[in-house]
Design a binder for this molecule. Sequence first.
Ligand code: IFM
Length: 765
Amino acid sequence: MSWIVKDLQFSAEKIITGGNKYMTGNGYMGFRGTLEEFGKEQLAAVTLAGVYDQAGGKWREPVNAPNALFTRLSCNGKRLGVLDAEPLSHSQELDISCALHKRETVYGISGGELAFTAERFVSMDQLHVLVSRLSLAATADCRIELETGIDSEVWDINGPHLYGLQERHTKGVLLAEAVTGELGLQVAVAEMTTCHFEAGETSGEGGARRFIAFDVKAGEVYEWYKYAAVYTELDCSEPAESAVQNVRTAEAAGYGQLLAAHREAWAERWKRSDCVIEGDAAAQFALRYSIYQLLIIAPTQSEKVSIPARGLSGQVYKGAVFWDTEMFMLPFFLHSDPATARNLLMYRIHTLDGARRKAAEYGYLGAFYAWESQDTGDDACTLFNVNDVFTGRPMRTYFRDKQVHISADVVHGIWQYVAFTGDDSLLADGGAEVIWECARFFYSYACYNPVKRRYEVLDVTGPDEYHERVNNNAYTNALVRQTLEVALQSAELLRAKYPERYEQLAGRLAGGPFLKEFREMLAGLYVPQPDPQTLLIEQFDRYFILEDVPLAELKARVIHPNEYFGGGNGLATTTAILKQADVVLMLNLFKSTFSQEVKQANWEYYEPRTEHGSSLSPCIYALVAADIGSPDWGYPYFMRTATVDLTGESKQYVGDLYIGGTHPAANGGAWMAAVLGFAGVLFDGKVLRVQPALPELWTAVEVPLSLHGDSFRLRVSREEITVSAAAGNREALKVSGCGSRDQLCQPGAMLTLRTAGAAGASAAE
Ligand code: IFM
């Protein structure tokens, strides 16, 4: 089964999407999948997680570090790069089993051919290190000049971010050092090159470049290695020293040893997360690729950063963290790497003060989380997020002020973690405070309607961003209800298990609104319900009176290819066409509280009306299709989600705003659709319920699961469900599936449940 992403020719049109498709990274930094000779024009970038800067009043965004794997080639005085000379052949590939990037390019030269190869990786074992092995061989003698070292001309969308650049060359190490403009953080990149051939070297004056000239003999192979290390002042007080030290250690270890350790780290990650699909090679590959994209951006070592909406693929969306993380990526980490899931939630705890500031700014109590969150938790989202393509004028959007569901999404994530892992220390470590502050925010945001005698949540934007400032969005109200419930339950839990901590935290909120008010609001909160006749849930008040235009007809009204469908004049605003799953997302989150009939009626109603203008949308339709027993309705949505970063087929512009990059929420959505949807996994912290609905092509799905701190392997086929428990597990797991009663899977045992269609009854082995 292939683990290789490969292209067999160079296409200038695909440079940008290729940069996403061939991404490598390790959670500390992302390295765009560009070629060695590419620079900022081709969007080469080493994007640093959690390091942000604002330049000249423009949008604040992550900092890109100088690129120490830069290498340019000249042969007989003529530059050789894919943009300088048409190659005779070219291949670019990525081995997703271990995040190893390779390219091989053959150029015509006078009297023969020259083959240039480069292999590189961003170490998963040593997060500050990146390495490459390069070689060339020619069929005719020639003179080569390499220009390599560190390219400090970084790509920025809203830069520049690095000031006072100093480039030095000491004892074989090149160093580029600079400070960020806003916070004055030092960023340092060190590089060493070792040539396995005789070469004369001259360094550029004062620069961090090497010029290495040598004569190539036909038929011989010339190989050299580059080692690099990146540090910032967020890592240590002397980033330059650390970078230099680290690069020397890396060089001393050598490429082979570094690669072996990197491979081992990757093998360990795949062991925890690989999901095998039998019977459908295309789906298998796309799913693995989606998991790969999540693994290269996972903050395994830091609880101060979370995952931005475009991962570490650059500065799009300001490198900001959205609800995407809790609602679309967290489930993957919960089931495969709970420690990283915890980091993601700790990030929200660390940014609570930013959320408090935002609530206060709008005149509310508690915590209103940033729609676009960066290092401090203050909102990076602007009031004018999109420019109108017709007038060029900024359009007022209400993402920042009205997508209040973000605070409920954060609570949902925290509670999922606690219930799922059983690790309630997260509550004592700040999770309870976040939950209560979010509940206080909603208490102050909601309105009591004295006529209808209910609490309502008015003037919000739900997940469907084409309809801003609506009342009683079903998704939002359902999540607000969950926030209040969780606030009460977490208070009980904390009081019972961490009484001192409870007293300390609750004492601060004693003046209210606190538990009494939460109870009262919960009892009176209005949450839109299915209509008894049609079973439909109205997305928000008066949604059903909007123009019910078919999607194709709406698209026929488009004047400009990049026009925004939402906002004041947006084509969709006055119609029932929605941007992304909204009611259907709510049905998926609370799937056990709705009947199959309700889920089906709403899927069938909303599906033709959904434009999927967000990459977050298709996976949800796949999940609910599986839930209602129609996996083949969901399969195309699964494939669309799972291939988004392979095909590059996603919106690149909204208005004049570039929004390309990788799509971690869709990557997480692909995993959810396969495991929680088609394999039908549902773990509530107590019982593992498995209700598979496999698409036609799939014969089985097999996946490792980490549940409540114990390890399992689940295999689901059309005939049976098998759960194998690791011998070292602490507890027996309750399993139900195939209509059987709960059965126990003891540590070290294997439990098999047979489906109704299979021969024999349910059996425990
Ligand atoms: O969070 C999403 C939002 O739901 C739709 N627009 C893009 C954002 C970032 O992915």
